[in-house]
Design a binder for this molecule. Structure first.
Ligand SMILES: [Zn+2]
Length: 349
């Protein structure tokens, strides 16, 4: 668990306050350090002095980097939000006591929780791919929307991004697309789900109970249509990155498989929204899911594969740095195991 999250949780139980202080300024790198992964030297994965220094540098607040084959993957914490829950946002179809028991068993507060938002940058082939974009300027007043600032600390400028991949069109994933009405990542093309596009631009969505989100899509996503490729299950999002359907959270929610050097990793977006409530109890309702039954079915299907095939995954709302594995539990469900050094050293596991 990150220092920020740990402090936030202990602070919450003490003070029962909502404010998540995001103290400490991050020094922005003046110029971009981005070089395509293919051109970067040294893909051997022993933890030598240079790798040890890079790993230590990567342990800065707000960003975290791992290597997968020749790909460099950097998770960026756009921000966090503390609030009441997880019940009934999670588990509204269960009793409050059952959720309290589950939280107690996992050493978590029963009535308060912290949600994190983690866009990810992937240097793969000659691309720099950004998966999801955080809150952008709309989140700044609440200490979120820190993607671009923390990208700079990690050595990337907005101009370096060549592809923006969107798992889905909820506000916490698309608001970083634009800054004062202009594209935040001016050199990027975009990829997203065909079904996702169709739903949020439909009259039904614009008139329905999620009309506010449809409005955001109209303002932030629709203007980028000329540079956007719409994907179906199995389509290539970029060289080395394949889109897979994971419908339910939203009608066109997509996840991505990244492969490099014979290794693979899944970007699961919002397939699971809480590292305990959604993974240990994948069938429990989640208020963020548009279709509860379909979302639960998708959760079980996706994490069953991840557990069976021992695939590392990055989940947008997993505790920062949001990367880990899923261990199958007896009696159903999965336990989130944070990645520690598995990707930094070679060897079977
Ligand atoms: Zn989300």
């Amino acid at each position: 668990m990150t220092e920020t999250l740990r402090n936030a949780i202990s602070g919450l139980t003490r003070r029962n306050t909502l404010k998540l202080g995001l103290a400490g300024s991050v020094a922005a790198a003046g110029s971009s350090l981005f070089t395509p992964a293919a051109k970067a030297a040294g893909t051997e994965r022993s933890l030598d002095a240079e790798a040890a220094i890079e790993r230590a540098q990567a342990m800065q607040p707000g960003w975290h980097r791992v290597t997968l084959g020749d790909a460099r993957i950097t998770m960026i914490l756009d921000g966090e939000r503390a609030g009441d829950g997880p019940y009934p946002t999670f588990g509204a179809d269960q009793s409050q006591e059952r959720m309290a028991e589950l939280m107690r068993a996992n050493f978590l507060p029963e009535m308060r929780y912290v949600n994190g938002f983690t866009p990810t940058l992937i240097e793969l082939d000659d691309n720099l791919i950004l998966v999801d974009t955080g809150f952008g300027e709309n989140g700044r007043a609440d200490g979120r929307g820190r993607l671009v600032e923390r990208m700079a600390a990690a050595g990337y400028g907005p101009d370096d991004v060549t592809i923006v991949a969107l798992t889905h069109f909820h506000g916490d994933h698309i608001q970083g697309l634009m800054t004062v009405g202009q594209p935040t990542f001016p050199n990027a093309r975009y990829v997203a789900g065909q079904k996702e596009w169709e739903w949020w631009t439909s009259e039904e969505a614009k008139a329905g109970e999620r009309a506010g989100n449809a409005k955001l899509v109209e303002q932030l996503v629709v203007p980028l249509k000329d540079k956007m490729t719409l994907l179906a299950d199995g389509d290539t999002a970029a060289t080395g990155m394949t889109a897979m359907e994971a419908f339910g959270h939203t009608p066109g929610h997509m996840i991505f498989e990244v492969t490099s050097g014979g290794q693979r990793l899944w970007m699961t977006g919002d397939t699971a929204n809480h590292f305990v409530a959604s993974l240990q109890k994948p069938e429990w309702n989640v208020a963020f899911d548009q279709d509860n039954a379909m979302a639960a079915q998708t959760r079980k299907r996706v994490f069953d594969r991840i557990a069976s095939d021992r695939i590392p995954f990055i989940g947008y709302h997993m505790p920062f740095p949001a990367i880990g594995y899923a261990e199958r539990l007896e009696g159903g469900g999965y336990r989130f195991l944070p990645e520690t050094y598995q990707l930094a050293v070679s060897g079977e596991m």
